[in-house]
Design a protein around this ligand. Structure first.
Ligand code: CMC
Length: 410
């Protein structure tokens, strides 16, 4: 006769008591996984071991994209192969272009915002991608390059539709003779940008490319961790990035500066009027967009790099007879930064100079966060590849705060 008893349940790797001891709202300070892609500390930011100032000074966005996706610094021949692959993938499937055109009225009226149309367009790209359901490393890499290539084309086509212009680059996805950042501006405007403008966009793409377990990357990893596909994980990343506490802050930072400018007037810059505006914001506990960071409490390493480049463009534009006096935005922004630092000890993050820089360059505000996507796609894709290569379902616990157990009929 069998004497078998029910086996004891396997203990979980972490007990409930241990889990409760490390609970932190918003997962602040919690290590939620491993990565070999990026490291962030108070003292610096490194992509695969290369420090961000070094990359912003000496690399191009295409080189950084290769570094993140393929895992090492490219040789000259690897880089030209990579660039050719990406350029060949720039055109969109007609289904995606038709979708963007069909949304023209919604986009032009502002009822639909570019971030949402971009999210849907990326889903449609998935339906038309030959590797859509294949999560293997080689297929994921092919999909990453296609997404990297096609997102600027989506952004450009959306802008053409908003402006009521013919689609630029329907056949080729832009101008195959120009680099990624310049082509992004070309697709939006139909004009090849000046070298300095193209380089500023290129550096902004380098700065935005990767940032370890930020909210959108974590979202993408959670989706990939269920063994869902890259396009789904990227669509989730876009949705997370849109929020104003994350990537949406670059649009909101500029909107806030416009609001201050409207309220104090140009003559108010440099005067107490700006202090008064800020104190009113502090009194109402308003969150000022483009300031603060979950990890960097002593300043975001990316912000001064972009601020300097944007200010240079604004300064040289102010000297142009036909140029617009964009320097006033930097003067106002610098006053706002000083007040935040003096009164709150809160530093600007990269989204603050981004707003002023893109505005100076004449880029429409609703495209700032989509341009962030054009860059962060490299970081998301690298993390999705890393997650799929060494997967374990991401499934944390929660701390229950509801009713005690009770009877339905009691
Ligand atoms: N304006 C006013 N007060 C702020 C701000 C801000 N931008 N940021 C932080 N604080 C205050 C906050 O009110 C809190 O004060 P108290 O302790 O008196 O309640 C304290 O500083 C700590 O802030 P927190 O909200 O607990 O910090 P967090 O780590 O949860 O949030 C953050 C980080 C980025 C969400 C937050 O700083 C914020 O909302 N910033 C504005 C949005 C923004 O610029 N986001 C971009 C983030 S970085 C780049 C990116 O992802 O795109």
């Amino acid at each position: 006769m069998s004497t078998a008893t029910t086996p004891a349940p396997k203990p979980t790797a972490v007990s409930k008591e241990q889990a409760e001891a490390v609970f932190a709202k918003g997962l602040e300070g919690i290590i939620a996984g491993e990565t070999a892609i990026c490291s962030i500390e108070q003292g610096g930011l490194w992509y695969r071991g290369y420090e961000i100032h070094d990359l912003a000074q000496n690399a191009t966005f295409e080189e950084v994209a290769f570094l993140l996706l393929e895992g090492h610094k490219p040789s000259a021949s690897e880089l030209s192969r990579f660039k050719a692959e990406v350029i060949a993938e720039r055109p969109l499937h007609p289904a995606v272009t038709s979708f963007i055109e069909s949304m023209g009225g919604y986009l032009a009226s502002g009822r639909a915002v570019p971030m949402d149309i971009l999210r849907s367009a990326i889903s449609i790209l998935g339906h038309t991608d030959p590797d859509c359901q294949d999560n293997s490393g080689p297929a994921n890499l092919r999909k990453s390059k296609r997404l990297l290539a096609k997102i600027p084309t989506i952004i450009g086509h959306m802008q053409n539709v908003i402006d009521g212009k013919a689609i630029i680059g329907r056949e080729l996805g832009g101008d195959p003779t120009i680099d990624h950042a310049a082509n992004l501006l070309y697709l939006m405007t139909g004009q090849k940008p000046a070298k300095e403008y193209a380089r500023v966009i290129d550096v902004s793409l380098i700065l935005y490319a990767e940032h370890d377990y930020n909210a959108s990357t974590f979202t993408s990893r959670v989706i990939a961790g269920t063994l869902s596909d890259m396009h789904g994980a990227v669509s989730g990343g876009v949705a997370a990035l849109k929020g104003s506490l994350h990537g949406g802050a670059n649009e909101m930072a500029m909107e806030m500066l416009k609001e201050i400018m409207h309220d104090v007037g140009e003559k108010g810059i440099g005067t107490k009027a700006v202090d008064d505006w800020m104190h009113k914001a502090f009194d109402t506990k308003r969150k000022l967009m483009g300031f603060g960071h979950r990890v960097y409490k002593n300043g975001d390493h990316r912000a001064p790099i972009l601020h300097k480049l944007g200010r240079n463009i604004a300064t040289s534009d102010a000297k142009n007879p036909g140029g617009h006096p964009a320097i006033k935005w930097f003067e106002l922004g610098e006053q706002v930064q000083k007040i935040m630092l003096d009164k709150k000890t809160i530093h600007p993050n990269v989204d603050f100079p981004c707003g002023m820089t893109y505005f100076t360059m004449g880029i429409p505000v609703p495209q700032y966060t989509p341009i962030f996507v054009a860059s962060r796609i490299t970081g998301w894709a690298a993390h999705i590849i890393e997650q799929h290569a060494n997967n374990r379902l991401i499934r944390p616990l929660s701390k229950y705060t509801g009713e005690a157990p009770r009877k339905w009929n009691g």
